[in-house]
Design a protein around this ligand. Structure first.
Ligand code: ZN
Length: 187
């Protein structure tokens, strides 16, 4: 496995609409493994293929685990998803605001409105179709990653241009309350 370089908005490839994955070749499986390694190394919760300069409709997502009262990870609550050719088939009418970051925009955070719940259809790395109903942070992460496949970044969707901060500014503004949020910040 190898860590991949994550591209930033100065690279126009981040803005391209990505192509569907048509075949699960060994090369695609290697790319998936490398993307998982890259996401974990960066403490991210998601990574889309365009972020590693591959124009493919593919993303890896690892949702944050639930923790017990002592803050220890509860086994079985950390979910890794490999999603190919995902499609959002339903969106809740309810919209919620939340703070996001992006591995392609390191050091910054912004507030974004997302559907509170969605349904997503797609294929996993074994070629099996899946249908997921997601809500809250999981739904947010999926919306963020699927946006990447269409060349859309969270900075395009800020609730207000002022609701965009460096991590230091965010920490100074929101302090303690921010600590919890930051665990979810990077995708
Ligand atoms: Zn991102």
């Amino acid at each position: 496995m190898a860590e991949l370089e994550v591209i930033q908005p100065n690279n126009p490839n981040l803005r391209k609409k990505a192509e569907p994955v048509r075949q699960l070749t060994p090369e695609i499986q290697t790319l998936i493994n490398d993307m998982i390694e890259t996401m974990r190394a960066a403490n991210g919760v998601g990574l889309a293929a365009p972020q590693v300069n591959r124009s493919l409709r593919l993303a890896v997502i690892e949702t944050p685990p639930e923790v017990d009262e002592e803050g220890n990870e509860i086994e079985g609550t950390r979910n890794l998803y490999v999603v190919l050719n995902p499609e959002i088939t339903w969106k809740s009418r309810k919209i919620v605001d939340g703070v996001e970051g992006c591995l392609s925009i390191p050091g910054y955070l912004g507030e974004v409105s997302r559907h509170e719940a969605i349904r997503v259809r797609g294929m996993d790395r074994n070629g099996r179709n899946f249908n997921l109903r997601l809500k809250d942070w999981d739904a947010r992460i999926f919306q963020h990653e699927i946006d990447h496949l269409d060349g859309i970044l969270y900075i395009d969707r800020l609730t207000d241009p002022d609701n965009f901060w460096t991590e230091e500014e965010f920490q100074a503004l929101f302090g303690e309350e921010a600590e919890e949020q930051e665990a979810f910040a990077a995708d």
